[in-house]
Design a protein around this ligand. Sequence first.
Ligand SMILES: C[S@@+](CC[C@H](N)C(=O)[O-])C[C@H]1O[C@@H](n2cnc3c(N)ncnc32)[C@H](O)[C@@H]1O
Length: 440
Amino acid sequence: MPKRSASLFSNCGAGDLGYVEAGFRFEVMAELEPDRLAVCHLNHPQADTIEGDLRETWRDVLTRLDARRRSTAESAPLALLTACPPCQGMSAARNDLGRGDDPDAGSKDERNLLVTVIADVVAESRPQFVVVENVPQFLTRKVRHPETAAAVTAARYLTDKLDALGYEAYPVVVDLADFGVPQSRRRAFTTFVRRDLPAFSVLEARGLTPYPLPRCAPDYGGERVTVAEALAGVPPLSAGSPDAARADGFGGLHAVPVWSERQFAMVDSIPPDQGGSAWENRCCEAGCENLSVGEDEATCPTCGEPLLRPVVVTDGAPRLVKGFRNSSYRRMRADAPASTVTTASGRVGSDVTLHHREPRVLSPYECQKLQTFPDSFQWGEAVRRGLGTVRTMIGEAVPPLFTGLHGRVLARLLDSPEAISDDELLPAADPRHRRAVKRL
Ligand SMILES: C[S@@+](CC[C@H](N)C(=O)[O-])C[C@H]1O[C@@H](n2cnc3c(N)ncnc32)[C@H](O)[C@@H]1O
């Protein structure tokens, strides 16, 4: 029997596909944005979908779950609730969010308090497992407690609420590259396990956590998948002209933005494969090469033309753009996992978005591959509406390769907890768990 499940903040439903593969079946999925929910429904046709702000719709989730339960002869319990609230208000990438330990700054972004909805749904539906995913700052970013106004993290608020409801929290901060995702993606997961389940006694007695082993991590003797391996065989593209910037087929997803001549020349001048950036270019617009120039120079010492670096001209004088030199206009390294696929995958201004050797950003098809979406993933009308929103949905997703591994662990913990061997699950002594517990 598939295990009854529900999903909050579902986006396009990508992450939940891994749990489906592991034997869970989503009966209800809830998401704010109609375009995302439409894609979600295409990929989870059996689910009832609930559109809108969950602060207003969370009771509808319970009503629908109840209706689904009544419509089947079998009254199986709710096995899994997945909930990935938005992370923009937590993110370390934004410097307009104030200090992470300032609860008033944290509470300014109302999205940081959306965990209250998760606690409400858990209190009424009592799932056996609850899985919450977010950026690592979820464990440390302070907000004002919605009832007491004390300074707490959203994670602490949720953990306290669910503790009182009889759940044990198992937080981890992991790089998903350690599990075979061809991308470095550090994320915090917290799996809450109901203490009356046999699975809880097994985990506690054996010193285990409800997560798979990071078999690709160097500390487990594994090897991570590199971006070059993951993208091998994908047809080349170039941002230099409209014809070269898209390939036929691939559901229209293998396409990249076309750049200006200067932007193209800047990126084309970065040596391939080694993770170099346009900030280090030693050539100029007029064609002078191998120049001896310092890292803050903006013009060619030979001819006075701007260097092929991120330059702006103010009052007639070229100067380097004030920017993030580690992450903007930078290629990925061919011999390492890709950098984190974000919602900004189509832009060059941040987030290490450049292909390891070709003159362009990655296409949505490649981003989807690095996020381990199955090739069968359905986009429906979304592609026709614009690749920008497709990139956003991909960037916010949880890689289904990881949720598939995690789902298999959760299914084993429900079906045959006693049969689990000690070398199957992440030990509680692993620093990925121990450090997350300390942060929490
Ligand atoms: C990080 S994404 C979830 C990713 C998803 N688990 C996946 O694997 O694709 C967060 C989602 O929450 C949605 N969201 C944000 N605020 C919301 C709200 N108030 N009510 C419902 N959904 C919301 C966003 O539109 C976004 O799709």
